[in-house]
Write a protein of this length. Structure first.
Length: 135
């Protein structure tokens, strides 16, 4: 899936690429943190998955997610930041529905949230940065 983002991403100016690579990493880590915070683990999930889920439900985690959103908005500008956050929320709503239907997530599925978040940010970065209204 990340191979699909490469041609679009390579066509960007190097300054845009640097910013979006950092944003993709932040979004990927935020996605897995948000997943542990609000998506239930599967009944058969391992001990580490359950411990990570419990440790993610703290005020410090909420603060880190708010700071991540603010940094994305400040770094990417209005068009990029709002696009990334809006699409991220839509994707997260779909993943939450899927997790509830599956009866929770396993550790590998939580890890997939990070890859999905990073890939999504790279795809959106390529599209938004090459648009006429990019900042």
């Amino acid at each position: 899936v990340q191979t699909c983002a490469l041609p679009i991403f390579c066509s960007l100016q190097s300054s845009f690429r640097t910013v979006w690579i950092i944003a993709a990493a932040v979004l990927g880590r935020s996605a897995i943190t948000l997943g542990y915070t609000s998506l239930p683990p599967r009944a058969s999930a391992g001990l580490v998955t359950r411990i990570l889920g419990q440790s993610a439900r703290t005020p410090l985690t909420v603060l880190s997610l708010v700071l991540a959103c603010c940094s994305i908005l400040l770094t990417l500008g209005a068009a990029g930041g709002v696009s990334v956050l809006a699409i991220s929320l839509l994707c997260f709503a779909a993943l939450r529905t899927l997790a509830l239907r599956l009866g929770g997530l396993s550790g590998d599925q939580y890890g997939a949230l990070q890859v999905i978040g990073e890939t999504g940010a790279l795809l959106i970065g390529g599209m938004v940065s090459s648009s006429p209204w990019a900042t």
